[in-house]
Ligand binder design. Structure first.
Ligand code: HEC
Ligand code: HEC
Ligand code: HEC
Ligand code: HEC
Length: 375
């Protein structure tokens, strides 16, 4: 990590003190904003406007963006670390001086009108999930604490796992009729928001089943803990908590991996279990205490505080060129964050920041920044 930072700093320093041809810039002429404007008019206007506002959703605003960051991003396109074929062809044909001028032009513009950003609706994934979960409460309980035997507890469950589970009902890998009608009306963001809401609820204890012997089940779960966590409390967003789950549901879920449900890892581990083993394991896990997998109510706000350590006010002098993101186009912010997450855009710092986040959380963060006044 340290070496990586050094490399970033070094290349930034080198980019700053040499021409692209490799000759040291002895006396760099000051940027000519009028010449930059003429170039913007010719080449960039169609997409970035003369006022630096992205002409359509998904195109970034360049107005008032930090000059260092604009330089760094152009360098990234030229070197292929970021891809935009048309843009690279265009700026690839421009001289170092042209690029400096056009960058100075955009960086020197006033920020885009705050009214545009203010019209962006905030998106609050937790609250959105909470309102949709009302439709599930009849069976799963208001906060995901179901009480009916056979109906699983969703409270505290790992969010990515819940999303996958819903998809398995929708694509028929798992079947349960009463739920289908409800689930089909949900978008991807809806399902992720519901998952975040449930993941953040405190799981209550379930009734002990009339079958099974928890003490006999415990040693059988030694092999399960590697994935499902100690005592069935999972720490991986894609692996379900088993702790505190309804024992009837656990029995049927384990058996389902021998019939309909497919998961290479799981199938191998449950294939050799007898009916008695399964009941004992279920009794053991049902008696364990679980906990919420997420802190959804404050997640977006907590995240923004972290982002602002680099993107907040006063970061213009940071060692690395950090873009301004307040008032930026929302769709562009979403695209950029997904690109970091999905490894389509390189940046060690940003990648680490955005890696674990679902689209609904990205939507919440992007909507927040887009709605903030640009400066
Ligand atoms: C055909 C439309 C189009 C034209 C013309 C265009 N751009 Fe862009 N530009 C884009 C899009 C789309 C992106 C975002 C690409 C991405 O996701 O990396 C972008 C990104 C950028 C970025 C990175 C901004 C950021 O916040 O990271 C810079 C800098 C930039 N363009 C400068 C220019 C300049 C200078 C010109 C004119 C010489 C120009 N662009 C012409 C569409 C265009
Ligand atoms: C009519 C009762 C009912 C309603 C309403 C209902 N569910 Fe369910 N749900 C069940 C039952 C029963 C199961 C267990 C089915 C099985 O054995 O696969 C289940 C299972 C699930 C699971 C799998 C849990 C796991 O641990 O794998 C998820 C996720 C889920 N429901 C989400 C939802 C969501 C989201 C809603 C609301 C949009 C909803 N359910 C509404 C009865 C219901
Ligand atoms: C290699 C990792 C791994 C091991 C070991 C493992 N599991 Fe799993 N298990 C998973 C994953 C991942 C899922 C979710 C799969 C899916 O989406 O269907 C899962 C799902 C389950 C479910 C379904 C939960 C629900 O809410 O529907 C049960 C029950 C379960 N495992 C029990 C066990 C038991 C019992 C053992 C040990 C005998 C075990 N697992 C061992 C990874 C593992
Ligand atoms: C440790 C410092 C740091 C933190 C923390 C950080 N970022 Fe960044 N961010 C950067 C740097 C540096 C870049 C420029 C990287 C590049 O050139 O791709 C960047 C780029 C971005 C971009 C691309 C902007 C554009 O114009 O293309 C977005 C969007 C962004 N960050 C959002 C966020 C969000 C949201 C968070 C919090 C979840 C966050 N960042 C946390 C340093 C950070």
């Amino acid at each position: 990590m340290k070496r990586l930072m050094l490399a970033v700093l070094l290349s930034a320093a080198l980019a700053g003190c040499s021409d692209r041809g490799g000759t040291p810039a002895v006396a760099v002429a000051p940027a000519d904003r009028d010449a930059g404007k003429a170039l913007a008019e010719r080449d960039c206007r169609g997409c970035h406007g003369l006022d630096g506002r992205g002409a359509a959703p998904g195109i970034p605003h360049l107005a008032a963006q930090s000059e260092r960051y604009l330089d760094a991003s152009i360098e990234a396109y030229l070197e292929g670390r970021r891809t935009h074929a048309a843009l690279r062809d265009m700026i690839g044909g421009m001289s170092e001086a042209d690029l400096r001028n056009v960058v100075a032009y955009y960086a020197g513009l006033p920020p885009v009108d705050a009214a545009a950003g203010a019209a962006t609706a905030r998106f609050l994934p937790y609250e959105h999930g909470e309102s949709l979960a009302a439709g599930c409460a009849g069976c799963h309980g208001v906060d995901g604490n179901a009480s009916k035997p056979g109906t699983p507890t969703l409270a505290g469950q790992q969010p990515h796992y819940l999303v996958v589970a819903v998809h398995e009902y929708l694509n028929g890998v798992r079947t349960t009729d009463p739920m289908h009608a409800l689930l089909r009306r949900l978008s991807k963001l809806d399902v992720e928001s519901i998952a975040l809401y449930y993941a953040s609820q405190v799981p209550a204890a379930r009734d002990a089943p009339a079958f099974g012997d928890a003490a006999a089940g415990e040693p059988l779960t030694a092999v399960c803990g590697g994935c499902h966590g100690s005592h069935g409390v999972s720490t991986d967003a894609a692996t379900p908590n088993l702790a505190g789950q309804d024992a009837h549901y656990l029995v049927s879920a384990i058996k389902a991996y021998r019939k309909t449900r497919r998961h290479a890892g799981m199938e191998a581990y449950v294939a050799g279990l007898s009916q008695q083993d399964i009941e004992n394991i279920a009794a053991f896990y049902a008696a364990q205490k679980s906990r919420p997998a997420e802190k959804g109510r404050t997640l977006v706000q907590d995240l923004i505080e972290k982002c602002d350590r680099c993107h907040g006010p006063g970061v213009e002098n940071a060692a690395v060129a950090v873009p301004k993101i307040r008032g930026q186009d929302k769709d562009y912010l979403i695209m950029a964050l997904r690109a970091y997450r999905d490894d389509r855009r390189e940046s060690s710092t940003m990648h680490v920041m955005s890696l674990p986040y679902s689209d609904s959380i990205i939507e919440g963060v992007a909507a927040y920044y887009a709605a903030e006044p640009a400066r």
